[in-house]
Ligand binder design. Structure first.
Ligand code: ZN
Length: 277
């Protein structure tokens, strides 16, 4: 039996626009349809942001509620992960939908530079979001954009602010944050394995780094993230036709590393989530 790989599909994000790739799903209906295709292609976590119809990022809880409801209906058992990322709102607003109790939510545990902004996560805000996730039974995915964020997450887990074991995502290739270098991932994974061996992890590569980071993750025993949020192209000459096309690319790689795309029940079990969606 090969080892399962949980494939996360990051369907929309806050940056890519229809003008960049018409397949980027913006309306709730488009997001549900695109996620369902990706789910059928082998993705088991949907990482979602919401946008207004004019494509502006928002953290509107009503929109998150409609999206969550549609995903539960059309993608039975799929793990739903809401983004609390910084481009969709200010401060506490970013956690304003956690009462909807998605299975998971993203949580960055530090600040760094992004291409044109400071990605600001004040220590007080990190704790506030972590407390809310704990209150509503939402499992955080720790977003590590820079090395210190890993140690900060481990510290918060030791303090009981975050529940052990952690699920960590290493993000590579965001300009001004961590470059996509395999040794950097290998070092971070070795630290996580040493300091919290029971933790699970995944990695995301932005743009042209997407597939190479997927390969490194499969090789090093981690899980994979893909999707139009991170990368809108198949290669230099061709745009991705859908989130599902990107998911199929990762699913096809799994066999090369003695892995298979996790089923919903495998993914839920690996992450310690309730068996049903
Ligand atoms: Zn995101």
């Amino acid at each position: 039996m090969t080892k399962p790989c949980i494939i996360t599909v990051a369907i929309t994000g806050s940056v890519p626009r229809k003008e960049d790739n018409p397949a980027v799903p913006i309306t709730v209906a488009e997001q549900i349809e695109s996620t369902q295709e990706a789910f059928e292609a082998g993705a088991t976590i949907a990482h979602v942001h919401v946008r207004k119809d004019d494509q502006t990022p928002t953290s509107d809880p009503e929109r998150f509620a409609r999206l969550g409801e549609g995903l539960r209906k059309h993608c039975p058992g799929m793990i739903i992960q809401f983004s609390t990322g910084g481009r969709s709102g200010k401060g506490s607003e970013r956690g304003g939908m956690l009462h909807l109790k998605p299975d998971m939510a993203s949580l960055s545990t530090g600040s760094c530079n992004f291409p044109t902004i400071i990605y600001e996560n004040h220590p007080t805000l990190v704790r506030e979001l972590a407390d809310k996730m704990m209150e509503y039974g939402v499992k955080p995915e720790i977003e590590v954009f820079d090395l210190s964020m890993l140690y900060q997450a481990l510290r918060l887990a030791d303090e009981g602010v975050l529940t052990k074991p952690l699920h960590v995502q290493f993000v590579f290739g965001v300009k001004n944050a961590m470059p996509a270098i395999r040794d950097v991932l290998a070092f971070q994974v070795s630290q996580l394995n040493k300091l919290m061996p029971e933790a699970t992890w995944t990695a995301a590569g932005i743009g042209r780094h997407q597939l190479e980071v997927n390969r490194w993750s499969l090789e090093l025993g981690g899980h994979c993230r893909t999707g139009l949020e991170d990368n809108i192209r198949i290669d230099r000459d061709r745009l991705a036709a859908s989130n599902a096309e990107l998911v199929k690319g990762v699913a096809a790689l799994c066999g090369d590393y003695g892995r298979h795309p996790a089923t919903v029940s495998e993914a839920r079990q690996l992450l310690g989530l309730a068996a049903t969606g």
